[in-house]
Ligand binder design. Structure first.
Ligand code: NAD
Length: 454
């Protein structure tokens, strides 16, 4: 059996290896999921709810273990990793309430009664990237299970361990065999099989826009349902009437959290021209004080990048002679470390301004007025997230409506909240996850008319 070696990104030491499944093994798992679907869909909504609640409780009792696995496998800070494991628990608890409330409609029509049902799709394939292995897995598999589907989930090659553990915990909680399976292996083998296998009814993909576009094209062959959560190049727009001190203090967290490996990273800071110099003065100590170091240390705010390959990508955006305004610090020696880095001045068409970096590198650009800020913010094929800092409520709403992006936050850098819908405009994706309607993305509406005439 072929295997993958896993490296601790903070030490570069190999600490585990996991199986890389073959096409035949993937097919066998999909077949098991298809068989399990026939009984899982019959489990009453109340019992499905009870099982998900129990799964949530089991995750809660393994929170620290899951968090420690992520620290070692992905280099996440212990604080973040605890939040991520807690997010899986909370998402399970939230959607445990959903099977009993996934109601259809009774629609007034002539000559009879018309009702709608939400029917589960069947086997759902979920493909997860390496940047937030636990939450992104949960945002897919939890509502999919709640809606009555069975799930095959493929974690990223380099960060499979927490997903594998969640698969075991599901069984411990009483979720029947075959209902939730975690399949480790290559994207081109296991992930792509979700696209081509006729018994997978939907693919829910989170990852790069490049791969997402291939997945969408592949799914078109079978008119397979697809949700895509892809890349981003989000703007953090700061107007002169904002609380500049607060905006500067919060800006590093908005982009450097998870070492910038965040699809929602506010990686373009746009500042109104008359406040530009003052903002940079305020930003410098905040960046230099952003603590990058041992992810196991409770006071660490940022760990290493996930891999040597990602380090190489990030480094390419800061070549010799790059316009570094200032930089924070990071450990020397082994580990894929990269310091928090601010690039300014930069041109609006520079590569660091237009491309997703997925690392702790941010650009700062001046803008003239509201129209200019909106034009720069929208000058990207992406449209995932963003922030607006202003004390003017009218402006906050005008600019929020004008920025082509799925998730905006005013005077804050709100992270993804499971109570509210999440997803991208433009090339950041298609479909929405989370929020009160998440089960709709994992079911099809069936309309039934019952005649009351003879
Ligand atoms: P990636 O696209 O390389 O891989 C994502 C997943 O797809 C992995 O599990 C990989 O094995 C699998 N995969 C790769 N090729 C495949 C193929 N041909 N068929 C099927 N599956 C395949 O992305 P990545 O490098 O792991 O993650 C970083 C990217 O993810 C960034 O662009 C980031 O913005 C994006 N992302 C988006 C969101 C969001 O919610 N919008 C969240 C996190 C990350």
């Amino acid at each position: 059996m072929s295997t993958f070696s896993l490296l601790n990104p903070a030490t570069e030491e190999v600490f585990a290896s996991v199986p890389s499944l073959s096409l035949e093994e993937t097919d066998a798992a999909i077949e098991r999921a298809a068989v399990a679907f026939e009984s899982w869909r019959q489990v009453s909504p109340g019992d499905r709810a009870r099982l998900l609640r129990r799964f949530s409780e089991v995750v809660d009792s393994h929170l620290e273990e899951l968090a420690m696995i992520e620290v070692e496998n992905a280099g996440h800070t212990i604080g973040n990793a605890r939040w991520e494991a807690g997010n899986v628990r909370d998402v399970l608890a939230y959607y445990a309430g959903a099977p009993e409330r996934h109601m259809g409609k009774q629609i007034p029509v002539a000559g009879g009664i018309n009702v709608t049902f939400h029917e589960p799709l069947g086997v759902v394939g979920i493909i997860v990237p390496w940047n937030f292995p636990m939450p992104i897995a949960g945002w897919g598999f939890v509502p999919a299970l709640a809606a009555g589907n069975t799930v095959v989930l493929k974690p990223a090659e380099i960060t499979p361990l927490t997903a594998m553990r969640l698969g075991e915990l599901a069984l411990e909680a009483g979720i029947p065999e075959g209902v939730f399976q975690v399949l480790t292996g290559k994207g081109s083998v296991v992930g792509w099989r979700f696209v081509t296998h006729e018994k997978v009814a939907k693919v829910c993909f989170t990852g790069s826009t490049e791969v997402g576009s291939k997945i969408m094209a592949g799914c078109a062959d079978q008119i397979k349902r697809v949700t895509l959560e892809l890349g981003g190049k989000s703007a953090n727009v700061i107007f002169s009437d904002a609380d500049l001190e607060l905006a500067a203090a919060r800006a590093p967290g908005g982009v450097f959290d998870n070492a910038g490996q965040d699809c929602c990273a506010r990686s373009r800071i746009l500042v109104q021209r008359d406040s530009y110099d003052r903002f940079l003065e305020l930003l410098e100590p905040a960046v230099k004080g952003f603590v990058c170091g041992d992810p196991r240390d409770e006071s660490t705010e940022m760990g290493p990048l996930v891999s040597a390959a990602q380090h190489e990508v990030v480094r390419s955006f800061v070549p010799d002679g790059a316009p570094i305004a200032f930089q924070g610090t990071c450990p020397e020696g082994p580990g894929f470390w990269f310091p928090p880095t601010v690039l300014a001045p930069v041109g609006r068409k520079d590569r660091a301004v237009t491309d997703e970096i997925f690392g702790p590198v941010v650009v700062v650009l001046p803008f003239e007025d509201e129209a200019d800020a909106i034009a720069i913010a929208n000058d990207t094929p992406y449209g995932l997230s963003g922030s607006i800092w202003t004390r003017d409520l009218g402006r906050a709403l005008r600019v929020s409506r004008a920025i082509d992006s799925g998730n905006l936050s005013v005077n804050s850098h709100s992270s993804v909240r499971y109570w509210t819908p999440f997803g991208g405009f433009k090339q950041s994706g298609i479909g929405r996850e989370l929020g009160p309607d998440a089960l709709d993305a994992f079911s099809d509406v069936k309309n039934v008319f019952i005649s009351t005439e003879e």
